[in-house]
Design a protein around this ligand. Sequence first.
Ligand code: ZN
Length: 413
Amino acid sequence: MSKEELVRRVCEQVDTYHEAAIELQRGLVACVALGPESDGVGEVEKAAFLTDLLTGWGLKVKNYPAPDDRVPFGMRPNLVAYLPGKRPEKVWVLSHLDVVPPGDLSLWDSDPFTLRVDGDRLYGRGTEDDHHGIVMSLLAVKAFLDLKITPERTIALALVADEETGSEKGLAHLLNTQPQLFSGQDLIIVPDAGGNDGTMIEVAEKSILWLKVTLLGQQSHASRPHKAKNTLRAAAHVIVALDGLQGEFPLENPLFRPPTSTFEPTKKEANVPNINTIPGRDVFYLDCRVLPDYDLDEVMARVQALASEAAEKFGVTVEVEPVQALPSAPPTATEAPVVKALEAAVREVYGRQATPQGIGGGTVAAFFRKAGLPAAVWMTANDCAHQPNEFCYLSHLLGDAKVLAHVIGVSSE
Ligand SMILES: [Zn+2]
């Protein structure tokens, strides 16, 4: 039987997995995997669920735990499992085990940690972010196993901890301690973001710069403004002045959406508790997503200069401090084999042309890229990660499993 014929059979098999997909999501949603930053116990329960499942399918599962004394088990699991193929090169699918907290429960129509099925929609915390990645990859593995078809390339699953809070105990740990696992010949797919029609292959990220802007003036009774240096009025002018950043860093790169750097004032700390006091201290934050062409120190210097200039008129001083400064990783080439393989597979399964794109950042793929490993972020997503009533489409899980089957099965050059 030809490779194409075999892959067609694998895809037909995936089409019979409606119930399997739902049951996988049900099991995963019930394992609450919150990190210690969210007062959670980590990912151990979900890792045990997946280890049992994959071991039951006959796969060997290795754990490379990262020590973490903030969680009761003292470690954060990072699982790796292989389904050997005819060739030694691997197709890695890296998904993460942890989820974000549900937030305000009154905004949910059902318990976030109990799967709710409504037609094609599967609701629950983590169903999209990132159980979508876990389930689509498991369905592809299951299809090869159930049909006893050896995949062309080895399927390598990485199921990691700590993605939502920095990846230090997750992929960063895996790359630091087990760099031999990954090779530049491997195709690395990170199903953790994507467009709603499967056509976005994310290959590049902007640099991230979060700044805390503190204005110091003079507090006074609101009836005596001549004795005050009003930091709230100054902050308003500073925020308007910072709109000038767009003009100072004007480059456009069509790979990115939006194509320019962005500079958004976001959080504002509370100042005085009462209406009749003029505030003498105000703090706000700026979230900058900067094209890789620009140096973050240069951006910070211009923020400081524009802010100081605007605040001076009010006799107020400004201090600008970085909260987070993450220079972007080198992009994955738009012609990289993983990008080409995904484009071909998306065409086969969805009949659409996928294109490599850049985003505002940041995904866990940056760790691969910084290690010189070309990774592509791809899945069919409906952009409800971290929101109440998070859901994923069952049909997308099956479709994306088929795309993966194509990448694994026929990707011979
Ligand atoms: Zn995610």
